[in-house]
Design a protein around this ligand. Sequence first.
Ligand code: BJW
Ligand code: ZN
Length: 264
Amino acid sequence: MSKSAFQELLANTRRLTILTGAGVSAESGIPTFRGAGGLWRTYQATELASPQTWNANPGLLWEFYNYRRQIMLDKKPNPAHHAIAKIEKRFREENRQFHLITQNIDDLHLEAGSQNVTRMHGSLWLLRCCLCSQIVENRNVPITPSFEGSGSPDPKAKQSNFQKEDLPKCSCGGILRPHVVWFGESLAIEDMEKSHEVSRECDLFLVVGTSAVVYPAAGLSVIAQRSGAKVAVVNLEPTTTDQVSDFNFQGKAGEILPDLLMVE
Ligand code: BJW
Ligand code: ZN
C-alpha cells in the first residue's frame, strides 16, 4: 500500500509500536550483523556474540566489545533515530501511546531523545558481574588499561591473549561481562513481557532495519498482526516480515523515515 495510505493510518493511530534493528544505525556508521560489515577479524559477529566464546576466551570477546565501544565514540544518531524520537514526542503531546523496542545495544535511540524504550538485547554501556549479577554503567574506553590499542578488526592481528587480571572487575571481585543478550541466553523477563504487550496492544507496528531472523524479536510482528495491528516495514532489502506486512518501504531508514512519519 502507498505512503499516503500509511500516513493516513498513522494520523489515526492511537497506539504505535516501532521495532528497530541494526539497519537503523547503519547510516551512523555502525556495522550491521549480517551481510557486509558483519565480520570482525575472521569471525562472524554473530559467532562471537555467544556464551561459548565467552567461556572459551573472554579476553577475545572483551576485545570485540572494547572495539565496538571504541567506534561508538564518534558516532551520532542519524535522521532515522531523530525521526523516531520526534514521532514519540508528537504521540506524547497528543496523549497517544508510543513504544520503541530495539534490538540494538548502541543506545543511539536514547541519545536522539527516545524515552519509552525497551532494549531487548541490553546495552554496550552496561556491564554485569558474573558472580553477584550486579549491573553497572561503565563508559571506559579502553575497558581496562590492558585493552589500550587492542580490538583491531585486522584479520592478521595477533591472537587474543588477555589474562583474568586484564578483564574488568566488580567491587565483589567477580569478572564483569557486557550486559547484552547472547544466543541461547534468555532475555530479561520484564523486557519480554513489555515487548509482547506493546506488540499485542498496538494499532500500527512499524519494523525498521532488521533482518528479522533472530527470535524472539522476529516473532513480534506476527504477534502484532494476529492481534489486529497493521504492520509496516522499512528496510533496504526484503525480509521475512514482508509475509505479514501491509506496507513495505524499501530503502535507507534515514532517508525514508523523516518523510514517512511526517516529522521533517
Ligand atoms: C537497513 C539499512 C538502512 C541495513 N536502512 N535498513 C525460535 C525459533 C528458532 C530459534 C530460536 C527461537 N527462539 C529462540 C531461538 C534461538 C535464537 C535465535 O533466534 N536463533 C536464530 C538465529 C534462529 N535466539 C536466542 O537465542 C535468543 N534467546 C532466547 O530466545 O532465549 C530462549 C531460547 C534460547 C534457545 C532456544 C529457544 C529459546 C537471544 C538472541 C540474542 C541475539 N543477540 C545478538 C547480539 C547482541 C549483543 C551484541 O550486539 O553484541 O543480537 S545477535 C545479533 O542479531 C544482535 C542483533 O540485535 C540481532 C538481530 O540483528 P538485526 O538487528 O536484525 O541486524 P542484521 O544485521 O541481521 O539486519 C540488518 C537489516 O537492516 C538488514 O535486513 C539490512 O538489509 C537492513 N539495513 N542498512 C534500512 N540504512
Ligand atoms: Zn559482583
